[in-house]
Design a protein around this ligand. Structure first.
Ligand code: M6R
Length: 612
C-alpha cells in the first residue's frame, strides 16, 4: 500500500528519500515520486513502475535541497501512471503534497474548486487537497490554510506537505493512515512506516488521528486540527536495521519462514516460565489492566482480515474447547457495517500483523463505540490497533517484510494459546491441563526447526506438481483454518487457483472438481479427526485425484495412501496448526520461486492494507 517518506534537516534530502522509498517497496506499490525544495523552487519527478525507474528518470540531475517529500503509490483513484503518482501540486505549483488514504468527498470538493477555476491534472482524490489548500491560502498562511482544508475533508489521510511560499517548513498530518516522525539530531525523518526511518534514528513520535505537526530545521511542534498544542512523548524503537534486512536469504519470505522458531520463542519468553513455577496465570502484562473485566466476559468476537482471520479461527476452536467461551470470528470488513449483537460482556479481539489494517481498525472503533471491551493481538509495536484497544498482547515476531504473512501467523496462534490458558484459568481449567499446554508450547520452536530443515524435500514436491493449475486444500477441526491459509498462500505467491475447505464439506460440492490433474493437499495429523480425514483421502483417491498429505511422524500408513507425504512432529491437537502451516508456507514459496515470480512483492498486493 502507499508509502510516505519525508525529510527536514541539514542534509541533502533526495538520496535519503530515495533510500527510504526502497525500504517501503515491500508494502507493494505501482508508481513513485519525489519533490524537493530547491532554492526558490520545488522540483518534482514522478514515475510509474518501480523506484528504480524513478531513479533512472532522475538520472544525473543533481537535485539539492534539505527538505523533501516522497511517495510510493498503490492506485485507488486513477491508473498507475506518471501523472497520477504523488507528489501532487496546486495550480500555481506552490503546494506539493504526498497522501496515503482516501478522500471520500473528493468529487464534491473537486466540483467546488472547479467552479473557482482550479485546473486538475490527475484523476486522483489526493490532488484535490493541494488545490483546497491553495484556495484557503489566498487569505491565510501555510499552516492555517492546511488546517482549514483538513476540516473540509471526509476520509483518511497521512500527509506530508511543503510550500514554495514558506520554504523551510513541512506540515504533516494524520487521520486514519499511520505517520511516524523520527527525531534525529537537527533533523526529522517522517514516514508511514518505521522500517523506512530506523536507519536514521530510534527516537520516534507516533502521530494520532487529528494531529498536525509543523516541522523545520529547529524542531517540531504538534497541535490538533484546531491548532491547540498537543504534548507528545518520544518513544524508543526496539527494531533494528539488521532485523529488517534479508540476512543471507534470497527472499524475505523464506527468511521469515525460517525465523519462526525464534519468533515463537520471543513470543513465549517471560510469559510461561513463571506460570509453570507458581501455578497461576501466564504473564500477559497487556491484559493486566482488563483482567477483572476478562473474568466476566461470556462472548468473544474476533475481527481480522486475510491470514490474521485464519489464526482467529484457530483461536475460536481453542477458546471454546478450553475456556468454554462462545467465540465468533468475523471478517473485519463485514463486522464494521453489520449490526452484530454486542454487550458489556462481549470482548472484541482484533488480530493484525501491521496493526494498521483499515477494516480491522474500523471494526475495533465500532466495537468500542458500542461498549464492548476491545483487545488486540498485534505485531507492530505502537501501531494504531495496539494503541486504540483496551488491552492486548504483542506477538513480538519482529518486522515482517514479505507481503505474504508467515511468522506473524504462527506467533498469533502462540498468543491465542496463551490467552486460552489465561481465559481457561480464570474459569474452570485445571492447572494440570494448562500446564500441559504450556510445556508443549515450549517444545514447538524445536519442532518448527525440524520442519524447516526439510525444505529440500518440500521443494522437490513443489517441483513435481509445477504443472498443476488448481489445488484443493483440506483439513478438519483445528486444521480447517490451515487449509484456508495454505490455499491463500499459494494464491498470493504463485497466482494459482486454490480453494481451502473443511474436509467434511468435500462431498457437498468440491469433490466434483477432482480428476488426475487437480491435486489435493490434505492436512491429516494423528488427531481426533484422523479417521474422518483418511476416509476423505480415500474418496479422492477413488476418483483418480492426487494427494499430498501433511501427516504426523511415524504414520507409515499414510505413505501407502497418499502420493506424497510431508511429516510434522506430534504435538497437542490444538497446537498442530502451528506445525502444519509451515510446510504449506514453504510449498507456496517454492512454487512461486520456481515459476519465477516476485514472492516478496506479489502482484496487486500490499503489505499493509490501510484503505478500505
Ligand atoms: O496486517 P494484518 O494482519 O491486519 O493484515 C491482514 C491481511 O491483509 C494479511 O494477512 C494478508 O492477507 C496477507 N497478504 C496474507 O499473507
Amino acid at each position: 500500500m502507499c508509502g510516505i517518506i519525508a525529510y527536514v534537516g541539514k542534509q541533502n534530502s533526495a538520496p535519503i528519500l530515495l533510500e527510504g522509498l526502497k525500504k517501503l517497496e515491500y508494502r507493494g506499490y505501482d508508481s513513485a515520486g519525489i519533490s524537493v525544495c530547491n532554492r526558490e523552487n520545488i522540483i518534482t519527478v514522478k514515475s510509474a513502475g518501480k523506484v528504480e525507474e524513478l531513479e533512472n528518470k532522475l538520472g544525473k540531475r543533481k537535485i539539492s535541497g534539505t527538505i523533501g517529500i516522497a511517495h510510493t503509490r498503490w492506485a485507488t483513484h486513477g491508473k498507475p501512471n506518471d501523472i497520477n503518482s504523488h507528489p501532487h501540486a496546486d495550480c500555481q505549483e506552490n503546494i506539493h503534497l504526498v497522501h496515503n488514504g482516501i478522500i471520500e468527498n473528493y468529487q464534491e470538493l473537486k466540483k467546488f474548486l472547479q467552479k473557482k477555476k482550479h485546473k486538475f491534472k490527475s484523476e486522483t482524490d489526493s490532488e484535490v487537497l493541494a488545490h483546497l489548500i491553495e484556495e484557503f491560502g489566498k487569505n491565510l498562511g501555510f499552516k492555517d490554510a492546511v488546517l482549514e482544508a483538513l476540516k473540509m475533508i471526509r476520509g483518511t489521510y497521512g500527509l506530508a506537505i511543503i510550500s514554495k511560499k514558506e520554504q523551510g517548513k513541512m506540515l504533516v498530518a494524520r487521520n486514519g493512515s499511520p505517520l511516524v516522525i523520527g527525531v534525529g539530531d537537527g533533523e526529522c525523518v517522517i514516514a508511514s512506516d518505521v522500517s523506512a526511518l530506523i536507519c536514521h534514528t530510534d527516537k520516534v513520535i507516533y502521530l494520532e488521528d487529528g494531529e498536525v505537526a509543523e516541522i523545520d530545521k529547529d524542531g517540531y511542534s504538534i497541535t490538533n486540527i484546531k491548532n491547540k498544542k498537543v504534548n507528545k512523548e518520544i518513544s524508543k524503537l526496539t527494531w533494528n536495521i539488521e532485523k529488517s534486512q534479508k540476512g543471507g536469504f534470497p527472499h524475505f519470505m523464506l527468511k521469515e519462514i525460517f525465523e519462526q522458531p525464534e519468533a515463537i520463542r520471543n513470543c513465549l519468553r517471560g510469559r510461561i516460565d513463571k506460570f509453570l513455577k507458581d501455578e497461576n496465570f501466564p504473564v500477559l502484562g497487556g491484559l493486566k489492566p482488563v483482567e477483572k473485566k476478562l473474568r466476566k466476559i461470556n462472548k468473544i468476537i474476533i475481527v481480522a482480515c486475510g491470514t490474521s482471520y485464519y489464526s482467529g479461527l484457530v483461536g475460536k476452536y481453542m477458546f471454546e474447547e478450553y475456556a468454554g467461551i462462545s467465540t465468533e470470528v468475523e471478517y473485519a470488513s463485514e463486522f464494521r457495517y453489520r449490526k452484530s449483537v454486542l454487550c458489556g460482556r462481549t470482548a472484541v479481539i482484533a488480530i493484525s500483523q501491521s496493526g494498521e489494517t483499515a477494516d480491522t481498525l474500523a471494526a475495533i472503533r465500532e466495537a468500542k463505540s458500542r461498549g464492548a471491551l476491545t483487545l488486540g493481538i498485534v505485531n507492530v509495536v505502537g501501531s494504531s490497533i495496539s494503541r486504540e484497544t483496551d488491552g492486548g498482547s504483542y506477538t513480538l515476531s519482529g518486522p515482517e517484510i514479505g507481503v505474504a504473512s508467515t511468522k506473524a501467523f504462527t506467533s498469533q496462534i502462540t498468543v491465542l494459546a496463551l490467552w486460552t490458558m489465561m481465559f481457561g484459568r480464570q474459569r474452570k481449567m485445571t492447572f494440570s491441563a494448562t500446564e500441559k499446554i504450556a510445556k508443549e508450547l515450549k517444545k514447538i520452536p524445536e519442532m518448527v526447526e525440524k520442519i524447516v530443515k526439510n525444505n529440500k524435500d518440500i521443494k522437490k514436491i513443489a517441483k513435481k506438481y509445477m504443472t498443476a493449475e488448481n489445488f484443493l486444500y483440506m483439513g478438519r477441526k483445528y486444521n480447517y483454518p490451515i487449509a484456508m491459509e495454505g490455499a491463500l498462500k499459494i494464491k498470493e505467491i504463485s497466482y494459482i487457483h486454490a480453494e481451502g475447505y473443511p474436509s467434511g464439506e468435500m462431498k457437498h460440492g468440491p469433490i466434483a472438481l477432482i480428476d488426475e490433474d487437480f491435486p489435493s493437499i490434505f492436512i491429516c495429523p494423528k488427531d481426533s479427526v484422523y479417521e474422518k480425514n483418511i476416509s476423505g483421502i480415500q474418496e479422492i483417491k477413488a476418483r483418480g485425484g492426487k494427494i499430498i498429505a501433511v501427516a504426523t511422524e511415524g504414520d507409515k500408513n499414510m505413505k501407502k495412501i497418499a502420493d506424497d507425504v510431508i511429516y510434522i512432529p506430534k504435538t497437542l491437537e490444538m497446537l498442530t496448526p502451528m506445525l502444519a502451516v509451515v510446510p504449506l508456507q514453504m510449498f507456496a514459496y517454492y512454487f512461486g520461486v520456481l515459476k519465477g515470480f516476485n514472492v516478496d512483492q506479489p502482484r496487486n498486493l500490499a503489505k499493509s492494507v490501510t484503505v478500505e
